[in-house]
Design a protein. Structure first.
Length: 423
């Protein structure tokens, strides 16, 4: 494997940024320093004016295989991730077959081994078939998965969630909880707010999200279970988690770029604006921003959820829930949060790389001897988001046509180029 010198970029790691070089050899970070001088055999990548980080880690990604390859494949999804500067993804388990036992997660793992161009860490299910009646093979799945989730389905009863936490805590696992009370949905499909009332849509109330969170943080404290809340979207969720973390250090949460940038006032009558949870109010968005600023929310994950064009063509009411975002997440967040002075670039890298790696024990850091997973982002010139260029099979994004900064120009995984903007 040829040596590569990434030269002259702004390195960002561990709360600091500095101008420097990274030398990569044999799949590892060989050296980090200022003005490293390579010999003639070393390839040089000019990163002048670019942000250079350890590879991003997205802990909430739908790769759709096995079972739903018309929406995405592991090949297309991981290539899209590489294009977004992401070198590790945690794949959600709403698949067919559901990864609820060693033999079913093995089907997914074989496809990962054959297709993935980056690291994929699969979630196992909490319940058998994600049916929420009896628990999956928790103990046997522990060494085969990154954690446990029934994403897309909320655990409805305290009894089942408590049993899950007891068994998952016993094996030092982590729950990534989709928090949704089915009894409060009332066939809603966008936020129960002003837009829904003005346009005659059925709304999803905020309590359908924060109610289960309130239940679960209490259980997690009692059962001493590592507990992570997926894709929070409401101000009440932020406050409940903020309060819980004051006396419980094994609770964490994530939000997604679209909840930090958009609200229900931005909705259009198009399927590319429909996801679950939905875009909430401007007040909710402001609370989420405060949550990332004060550390209540430690992770930005995409909930990258591709569907076919036909499934997303039926407007707000009829389209499938879910949008794509893994190719645009850094640029959206850099443009709207860093360039506007909401957070620093160091904070953004903590949210998108360092914190998810720590909380989910994924490993990796910008240090000599670590695996060479590196992302380089050109933040100087704007570009327009064009879904025709997406590597993902999913094209539904509310950010279509937006001008953003932070194009990924190079991604290394294990020292190999898995994305190169120039080729």
């Amino acid at each position: 494997m040829a040596e590569l010198l990434i030269k002259g970029g702004t390195l960002v790691a561990e709360g600091k940024s500095w101008k420097g070089d990274i030398l990569v050899a044999d799949g590892k970070i060989k050296a980090i320093g200022e003005s490293l001088t390579p010999d003639e055999s070393v390839e040089v990548f000019d990163a002048e004016g670019c942000v250079v980080t350890y590879g991003l880690a997205d802990v909430h990604v739908h790769l759709r295989e096995p079972g739903y390859s018309a929406k995405e494949t592991i090949t297309t999804g991981t290539r899209a991730a590489a294009r977004g500067g992401v070198t590790t993804v945690c794949s959600m388990p709403n698949l067919q077959p559901a990864p609820d036992a060693p033999e079913t997660i093995a089907v997914e793992q074989q496809m990962i081994d054959e297709q993935a161009v980056i690291e994929v860490r699969p979630f196992a299910t909490i319940s058998k078939g994600r049916a929420r009646r009896e628990l999956a093979e928790i103990e046997a799945l522990r060494p085969l998965s990154v954690g446990y989730s029934d994403d897309g389905n909320g655990i409805q009863t305290e009894e089942l969630m408590r049993k899950a936490m007891q068994r998952i805590a016993a094996v030092d696992g982590i729950i990534a909880a989709h928090c949704e009370d089915d009894s409060l949905l009332h066939a809603g499909y966008i936020h129960d707010g002003e837009y829904a009332r003005q346009h005659g849509h059925k709304g999803i109330c905020s309590e359908s999200e924060w109610g289960p969170i309130k239940r679960d943080v209490k259980l997690a404290e009692e059962e001493k279970c590592r507990y992570h809340v997926c894709h929070i979207s409401t101000k009440e969720s932020v406050e409940i988690i903020r309060e819980a973390k004051q006396h419980c250090n094994h609770i964490s949460c994530e939000t997604a770029p679209h909840y930090l940038v958009l609200c229900d006032a931005d909705l259009k009558e198009e399927g590319r604006f429909k996801m679950n949870p939905p875009l909430r109010s401007a007040e909710d968005r402001a609370a989420l921003i405060e949550g990332i600023k004060d550390g209540t929310i430690e992770i930005i994950a995409t909930d990258h959820a591709p569907h076919t064009a036909e499934e997303k063509s039926r407007g707000l009411k009829g389209s499938a829930m879910g949008i794509v975002g893994i190719e645009t997440a850094f640029a959206i967040c850099y443009t709207h949060l860093v360039r506007k002075g909401v957070i620093t670039i160091e904070k953004l890298i903590a949210l998108m790389s360092e914190n998810p790696r720590r909380i989910f024990r994924l490993g990796g850091a910008m240090q000599v001897g670590e695996r060479a997973d590196i992302a380089v982002f050109d933040t100087r010139e704007p570009y327009k988001i064009d879904t025709n260029d997406f590597l993902s099979m999913g094209k539904a994004t509310p950010f279509e046509g937006e001008e953003v900064y932070g194009r990924c120009v190079l991604t290394l995984f294990n020292g190999e180029k898995v994305w190169n903007e120039n080729k």
